[in-house]
Design a protein around this ligand. Structure first.
Ligand code: NAI
Ligand code: 15L
Length: 274
């Protein structure tokens, strides 16, 4: 596949979309922007819901690849998840198929496997302790369940229609980690851009599932499928550990909100909208 130049970024008004709008052009991409919410200072952005197939066709037409971030990013009533994350990702892939787009990068989430027990003991965790990418799905919310659907839809569109996807089970991509859990799952914005670039340019990905995080000392999962795409993370959350641990204490194995990959999404999921 020739290296993509023009990339549709859905969810461009959101937190991650805003970070990637700032970082991805340095890799040579021209971004086309799509979101249900308007984006200040971006008059060419397409403002539409994912259910608007005409607007989606306009957005997808002529791009080389799609980074699909649009959707509900926290827990919500099933009907809302159904609309934005399940029907929404279906509309996206149908349009991609119709328009002959070769590659999608799908923003999956660690919450697709959120009920998986986290590695115990002292980090750094060895290869045998890190959670593999083919661990059984254990969604922690309807939100996580919708990401399982998105990954399976991506697999179907590869097997049946030859649309390639890298599904990125993102940990927490924010400027800085804000909890002790995030020390394990944090992906710096710079590493996020490096991973999306690798996912856009690697050859022959078929449907590949990767975890999305930095090279954290306290990492919980196996980054080898991401590294196989050419991803070379440069950041480590450990610089933030002294302050966060002093404020919040270390994770307690007996605390159900600390015991599994999904953290507090398992016990008391944050709700959309914030
Ligand atoms: P966000 O909530 O800040 O942004 C999501 C954007 O999607 C919003 O601008 C919203 O208007 C748009 N959107 C929602 N439903 C839509 C619809 N039906 N039609 C069109 N646009 C719609 O979320 P954030 O943090 O930027 O995350 C982006 C993506 O990455 C989401 O899919 C989220 O599930 C995923 N993700 C993000 C993580 C993170 O650390 N930021 C971690 C794991 C996954
Ligand atoms: C997610 O999937 C959410 O979209 C993001 O807002 C964070 O809460 C992240 O997971 C996390 O697990 O920290």
């Amino acid at each position: 596949m020739p290296a993509p130049r023009t990339v549709l970024l859905t969810g461009a008004a959101g937190g991650l979309g805003t970070l990637m709008r700032g970082l991805l052009p340095a890799y040579g991409y021209t971004l086309r922007l799509f979101d249900a919410a308007p984006i200040e200072g971006e008059p060419d952005a397409i403002t539409a819901d994912l259910s608007d197939r005409r607007a989606l066709r306009e957005a997808v037409s002529g791009v080389d690849a799609v980074i699909h971030l649009a959707g509900i990013s926290l827990e919500a009533p099933f009907e809302k998840i159904l609309h934005s994350n399940i029907e929404g990702v279906y509309h996206l892939y149908e349009t991609v198929r119709e328009e002959g787009i070769a590659r999608v990068v799908f923003a999956s989430s660690n919450h697709a496997v959120g009920f998986t027990p986290r590695p115990r003991g002292e980090p750094p965790h060895g290869a045998g302790e890190l959670i593999p990418v083919d661990t059984p799905r254990r969604p922690d919310t309807y939100y996580g369940l919708s990401k399982c659907f998105g990954e399976d839809l991506a697999q179907l569109y590869w097997d049946r229609h030859g649309v390639e996807t890298v599904s990125v089970r993102i940990g927490s991509c924010f400027m800085e980690p804000s909890t002790v859990r995030m020390l394990s799952v944090w992906m710096s914005p710079g590493d996020g851009a490096r991973l999306f670039h690798a996912a856009l340019t690697a050859e022959g990905v078929g449907h590949t599932v990767v975890y999305g995080s930095s090279a954290n000392t306290r990492l919980w999962w196996d980054l080898s499928s991401a590294r196989a795409l050419g991803y070379d993370p440069r950041d480590d959350s450990e610089q933030f550990a002294p302050k966060l641990v002093a404020e919040q204490g270390e994770l307690e194995p007996g605390n159900p909100a600390h015991a599994r990959l999904g953290g507090h999404f398992v016990t008391d999921p944050p709700r959309w909208p914030h």
